[in-house]
Write a protein that binds this ligand. Structure first.
Ligand code: NAD
Length: 256
C-alpha cells in the first residue's frame, strides 16, 4: 500500500525515528532520513531493504533549513507522501533553573519544526489526495512530569497541533495523527538513566528499573520497532478514518 511512496522521517539517524524509517521501508516506502551523528550506518540499514534512500541534514531548529529540506524532498522524490515529525530533544531542570536557550531549542525542535514541515508538505498531499502526517509526541503530550516544563509544553503543543490539522484535512485523503510513546530505551532516555545513576549513586541497571517502576506499569520499555509497526498501521487503508488521535504506546503510563 505504501510501496514506492516517500516517507520523510525527521530525526531518523537514531532511536525511534530510525525504527519508524525501517518499518516503513520494509513495506516498500522510499525514505528520506534526517538528523545528526552517523548517517552512513542508518542509511546502509535502510538501503539494505531495497528502497530508494535520501538524506538531508537540516537542523530542525532552523526554519530556513527545513524549507531547503522540503525542496530537496520535492525535487528528488516528488514530495513527502508520509511525513513523520520525530526529531526531538530533552532537558531536565526545575523551571527556575531552566536555561532560556534550552526552552527555545526544545520548542523549536519538538514543536515548531513540525509546523514548518507540515505547512510545506500539506499542499502536495492535498494535490494527490493522499497523505499521512505522524507526529511523534509522547506520554508527556498527555500528562506531565516535574522538571520537564519545556518538553511537556512542546509535547502537549504537538498533540493540539495534530488535532487542529486533522480537522483541516478531515474531508481529504490526508490524515494527521500523533503517537505517544512512554519510555523507549534510546540515547535520549539512556542519558536520563545515566544522570539518575550518577545523582543517586546507584548502578545503571538499578536506575533503569527505578525509571520504569516510577511511571510505566508494564515495567517494559516500548521498542522503536513497535512504534514503527504502529506507523505502518496508520499508513494503511484500515486507518483511513483515524484522525486527530494521540495514540499511547506507554505500558499503561497514562492510564494511571
Ligand atoms: P534520539 O536522541 O535517539 O534521536 C533523536 C533524533 O533527532 C536523532 O536522529 C538526532 O540526530 C535528531 N535531532 C536532534 N536534534 C535535531 C535537530 N536540531 N535537527 C535535526 N535532527 C535532530 O531520541 P529518541 O528517543 O529516538 O526520540 C525521538 C522522538 O521520540 C523525540 O521527539 C522524543 O521526544 C520522542 N519520544 C521519545 C521517548 C523515549 O522514551 N525515548 C518517549 C516519548 C517520546
Amino acid at each position: 500500500m505504501i510501496k514506492a511512496k516517500t516517507a520523510l522521517v525527521t530525526g531518523s539517524t537514531s532511536g525511534i525515528g530510525l525504527g519508524i524509517a525501517l518499518s516503513l521501508a520494509r513495506q516498500g516506502a522510499n525514505i528520506v532520513l534526517n538528523g545528526f551523528g552517523d548517517v552512513a550506518g542508518p542509511k546502509a540499514q535502510v538501503e539494505a531493504l531495497g528502497v530508494k534512500v535520501g538524506y538531508h541534514g537540516a537542523d530542525m531548529s532552523k526554519p530556513a533549513d527545513i524549507a531547503q529540506m522540503m525542496d530537496y524532498v520535492r525535487n528528488e522524490f516528488g514530495g513527502a507522501d508520509i511525513l513523520v515529525n520525530n526529531a526531538g530533544i530533552q532537558h531536565v531542570a526545575k523551571v527556575e533553573d531552566f536555561p532560556p536557550e534550552k526552552w527555545d531549542a526544545i520548542i523549536a525542535i519538538n514543536l515548531s519544526s513540525a509546523f514548518h514541515t507540515t505547512r510545506l508538505a500539506i499542499p502536495g498531499m492535498r494535490a494527490k489526495n493522499w497523505g499521512r502526517v505522524i507526529n511523534v509526541a509522547s506520554t508527556h503530550g498527555l500528562v506531565a512530569s516535574a522538571q520537564k516544563s519545556a518538553y511537556v509544553a512542546s509535547k502537549h503543543g504537538i498533540v493540539g497541533f495534530t488535532k487542529a490539522v486533522a480537522l483541516e484535512t478531515a474531508t481529504t485523503g490526508v490524515t494527521v495523527n500523533a503517537i505517544c510513546p512512554g519510555w523507549v530505551l534510546t540515547p535520549l532516555v539512556q542519558k536520563q538513566i545515566d544522570d539518575r545513576a550518577a545523582r543517586e549513586g546507584i548502578t545503571v541497571d538499578k536506575a533503569k528499573v527505578d525509571l520504569l517502576g516510577e511511571k510505566q506499569p508494564s515495567l517494559q520499555f516500548t521498542t522503536p520497532e513497535q512504534l514503527g509497526e504502529l506507523a505502518v498501521f496508520l499508513c494503511s487503508p484500515a486507518a483511513d478514518n483515524v484522525r486527530g488521535v494521540a495514540w499511547n504506546v506507554d505500558g499503561g503510563w497514562a492510564a494511571q
